[in-house]
Every structure is written in structure tokens, then in C-alpha cells.
Design a protein around this ligand. Sequence first.
Ligand SMILES: [Zn+2]
Length: 256
Amino acid sequence: MMKIKYLKTDSPLRLKFILSNSYFEFANSLRRAMIAEVPVMAIEEVNISANNSALYDEVIALRFGLIPLKTDLKNYNLRSKCKCRKGCPKCTVKLTLDKTGPCTVYSSDLKSSDHKVVPAINDLPVIKLFENQSIKIEAIAELGFGKEHAKWTPCAATYRYYPQINVLKNCLKAVSVCPKKVFEFKNRKLLIKDLDACDLCLACVEACPKDALRVKGDDSKFIFSIESWGQHNPKALVKLGLQALKAKVDEFSKAL
Ligand SMILES: [Zn+2]
């Protein structure tokens, strides 16, 4: 049976866990589903009614598009699947911004028509305005997928094989060359202090005599690392990735 063991992280937007009794194809499908198949909100249209700043309209529009927006999947449809077809309050969110310099315009300056769909990170600088420069926009956000455009990507997700280390001969050098401080030397013996930290760089194998250490990855056990950009919390992201995978399997099953 598949098992999960959580590892500590330094931020609520990060999730790290060890997945065991699994296999590489599953781990990779999950990773790809999370990156490309989980719907998130992002600005898709920008109407600029005033802009005498140093940046072109297109550049500003792109920058607003890349601001991660908190996503509420319960209350919104994909615009392409909504009955309205042209954008309505069930599939789009309106955001506005009106600023005059001198100032820096931040993501938090965007005012949203829905308090649940707001910039996930408040202090992202978008543009600097000098005196008498101003910018006024009206933007429309909608749900989309990472496979369509990077702005709809909800996270960075990676995994690596869980390390397996066999100490066959004592080798003091392993302690100092390991960049992750995996080893310790106690009672004249080389011991493994922190196996989870090993990223299979093999620096210890290279530094020690031949056959002193055997290091390889376990192909049924993975260390997953997910960093959300703030649209969804990371645990919800994993569940949404799994849902996306399941939907594909169901579709295939139906086609059969
Ligand atoms: Zn609609």
C-alpha cells in the first residue's frame, strides 16, 4: 500500500513528503498533473484606459497576467464550458487598478470584485510610476490550465528517488565531502545521520575508496517537494492533481 510521511518545511506554501510503495510512472503523472492540469485563476484580458508610464501596454498586461490570484473553484466555471460563452460573473472576475505617481504599483493595488479572488502575494512590484505618470486598467481574470500558459501554473513540483546508502567500509572523508551532512563519525564508525537529506550527488562515493559505499536511489520511494504560488494551498493542489488524473482514467474507461 502507498504510504506518505510528511517532512518539515519552512513555509505554509511548501509541502514535502516521502511517498513509498509507489512507482516512478505514478510519481511523474502526479507531478505533471499538478503543474499542468489544475485550474487556477489568472488575468486573461486587460483593458488599459490610461498609461503614460515607461512600459508599453503589452508589457504591463503580461505582468498583470503573471500575478498569482487566490482561486475559488467552487464558485467558478471554466469560461469555455460556461453557458454564457462570452464571460459572466460565474466564470470571470473583474479587477481594477487606478494609480498616479510617484509610486510603485504593487499587486495588492488590484481591487477585485470578489474578495475570494485576490492577489495571493501582496508585495509583487508591477511598475514604478514617476510624477504625473498614471495607469488605469480594468482586467478580467478567468480559470485556465498550466498546459495553456505559464500564468495558470499553480506550483513548482519535483520529486527525487529516496536514497539507499550501504556503508561497506569506514571512510572518514564521506563526512566532510557530503554537502548535505548526511554522515557522522561515531565510535570510529561511519554512520548515517540524516538519510532524508541525501540527494544522490555521489560526492561521498567519489571521495572514498572503491566499494566503501554503495549509494543508489530506491525506485519505489520518492521525496516530493511542492511549492505553491498561492492560488491553492499545497495539500489541496495534490488532491486536485489526483482528481485531474482520475478524470482522465474515467474518460478512458468510458471510451472503452
Ligand atoms: Zn460565464
